[in-house]
Design a protein around this ligand. Structure first.
Ligand code: EAX
Length: 323
């Protein structure tokens, strides 16, 4: 009895001083070499360094802890601490995150930074606690391009009839069906096999995903549709977060802010340099003319209107005003 009380007291003192040892896990859905995981590793390193080894975050890449959807559920339940989903899958939980992926919205990464780091992005993060999550930062996946094994996409019509894997989010499903493709939603960690067995003809992702997942082994054509900008969100389980001492929360916020600078730089550098690597690996890359991108956007007007309404006209207006 006395022992238990003393132990409880020791824990309380340690907690008050922010001095308890903390072990946590961060899970990503992509390989070690992808900026999603590189950012996670940097965040873990910074947390370790700033806490002098007291806060240890183990990194699990490649969906070892589950798909993006499964990891979000684990964070909510308090059985996993951190993950970094796309705003697209996070939108299944908080619909307002869906605006980020609205097709043909952002013109550059810098524009995305300004919106995400500004009041609009912060207003999205503020919606997470009611879903048992806390958002620490926006990271980058980047502009998404279509790859496939059948033909280059030179005109909007070339998308018609392609079986394309999409993220597990209705916006993406409607988007590709809206362009005349047959959308097949699935988790990204199942995608290589689906491409290899030709269960689907193609998929859409930034250069970093195409390269680090070795899609060049099973896809011939990459067309620079740049149809959507994909942001990732560094999220933490609220159950875990609420148990931390305020000083540790501040330390982790700082680690997240520093990791964000590194993550975005790395993502941008790789999305630039890997294009040439994909050509070396035998992919045929074609530039989609602006006029064709504009035609795709026109075809998607009903889908864009539907999702503007779905996220809420106020949110959509605030988003477009922020761009
Ligand atoms: O969350 O599912 C996807 O295609 C995403 O680009 C990726 O997993 C990042």
């Amino acid at each position: 009895m006395i022992k238990t009380t003393l132990a409880a007291l020791a824990l309380a003192v340690a907690t008050a001083a922010g001095a308890q040892d903390i072990k946590a896990r961060i899970g990503t859905s992509l390989p070690d070499s992808h900026p999603q995981t590189l950012g996670a590793r940097k965040f873990a390193e910074l947390a370790d360094k700033k806490s002098k080894g007291r806060i240890r975050i183990a990194v699990f890449s490649n969906a070892q802890l589950g798909s993006d959807q499964q990891m979000q559920a684990a964070l909510r339940g308090g059985t996993q601490e951190f993950t970094v989903p796309s705003t697209a899958t996070l939108a299944n939980l908080v619909k307002e995150f869906g605006v980020i992926g609205l097709p043909f919205s952002f013109a550059s990464e810098q524009q995305a930074d300004a919106v995400l780091d500004g009041p609009f992005g912060q207003s999205l993060l503020a919606r997470l606690p009611e879903k048992d999550l806390v958002g620490l930062a926006f990271w980058e996946n980047g502009f998404r391009n279509i790859t496939n094994s059948r033909r280059p996409i030179a005109r909007a019509e070339d998308v018609v009839g392609l079986k394309l894997r999409t993220m597990q989010k209705s916006l993406y499903i409607d988007l590709f069906n809206g362009l005349g493709a047959n959308a097949v939603p699935m988790a990204v960690n199942e995608l290589f096999t689906a491409l290899e067995t030709r269960a689907v003809d193609g998929q859409e992702n930034p250069y970093t995903v195409v390269y680090t997942q070795k899609f060049y082994d099973v896809q011939k054509y990459l067309s620079t549709t740049g149809h959507a900008y994909d942001a990732l969100v560094l999220v933490v389980s609220k159950k875990f977060w609420d148990r931390l001492a305020p000083a540790d929360r501040a330390l982790l916020q700082q680690a997240a802010a520093e990791a964000t600078v590194y993550q975005r730089q790395t993502s941008r550098a790789l999305n630039t340099s890997l294009r040439a690597e994909l050509v070396k690996q035998g992919m045929q890359i074609n530039e989609v003319p602006e006029a064709e991108r504009a035609r795709m956007r026109e075809r998607l007007a009903p889908v864009i209107a539907k999702y503007q309404a779905a996220v809420g006209e106020d949110t959509a207006k605030a988003f477009f005003d922020a761009i």
